[in-house]
Design a protein around this ligand. Sequence first.
Ligand code: CP
Ligand code: NVA
Length: 303
Amino acid sequence: MQKDLLKMSDLNKDELFSILDLAAQLKYENKNGIPHKRLAGKTLGMIFQKSSTRTRVSFEVGMYQLGGQPLFLSSRDLQIGRGEPIEDTARVLSRYLDGIMIRTYAQKEVEDLAKYASIPIINGLTDYAHPCQVLADLLTIREYKGKFDGVKFTYIGDGNNMANSLIVGGLLAGMDVAIATPAGYEPAADVLEFAKAYGSKFTLTTDINEAAKDADVLYTDVWASMGMEDEIQKRQADFKGFCIDSRLMSLAKPDAMVQHCLPAHRGEEIMADVLEAHANELFDEAENRLHAQKAVLVKLMEK
Ligand code: CP
Ligand code: NVA
C-alpha cells in the first residue's frame, strides 16, 4: 500500500480486496463485541473545509473503536483558514499526529498535504474524488450480491467526485460499469482514460434507459455537489429526468439494489418511494462507511 489514500487509483486490485476483507472482519468483530484496539495510542486529525454527517461521525467513532483518538479540526479554526500554507500545516501536524483525514475542495490541496506530510493522508472527499465512500459502497455490494464478476453497476447523474471514484473502484473490483450523465457533465478525463483499458466493461452515455437496462446496482448522487450552490438553477434544468424512479427501476434486474452516498435530494436524483423501498441497502451502505474506513485506518496507521 502507498503511504496515503488520495483517490481510488492509489489502490491496485489486491489492495482493494484486502481492505474489503479487513473491513468485513472488523465489522464482524464489532458486531460480536470482539475488541480490536489496533490503533491504541494513535491520533487521527480530521480537517473539514465542507460539511459532513457520515464522514465525520464514522471516522470519529471508528478511531475510538480502534482504541485511538480522533481530533476534529474545522478549517474555520485552523490557521489554514487564514492562509497558512498547506506545506507548513503538513509538516507541523506530522509532528503531533499519526494520520490526517481531510475533506476539502481541490484535489491538489490533498496531494500537497500528502507530499509534505510524513504521516498517512486520507481523502475524505474533494471535488474530484471520494474514495472512502466507494470502499463502503463496494463492501455493501459484495454483501448483497456476493460477488463483483458479472455484476452490472450503473451510475446515473453528475460526472462528479462520486462518478470518478465509482468508475475506478467498480472496474478494479471486476464489475461492468455503465455511466449516464447529461452532455457536458462527463467524469474527469483521466478517469475516462483509466476506464479505456477495460474495453466494453465500461460504457458512458447520455441515455439513462440504456445505462439502467439489466442493472444489478443503480447508484445516483446529487445534481449539485457541495461548493456548486450557485449552479443549482442551471443544473436543475440540465439534469431533469436524471432520476432513479420506479420507471427506471423497472428497466433494471428485478432484484436490483439502489445505492446513494447521501445526503439525498428526494424528487431530484431519486424519488422518495424508491429510497424508502431500498432503505435497508442505503443505510447498510452508510453504516459500512464505519467498517471500511476502520480498515483503511488500520492499513495505513498500524505499524
Ligand atoms: N456520503 C458522505 O460523505 O456523507 P457526509 O457528507 O455526511 O460525510
Ligand atoms: N457529490 C457530493 C457527495 C457528498 C457526499 C458532494 O460532493 O457534495
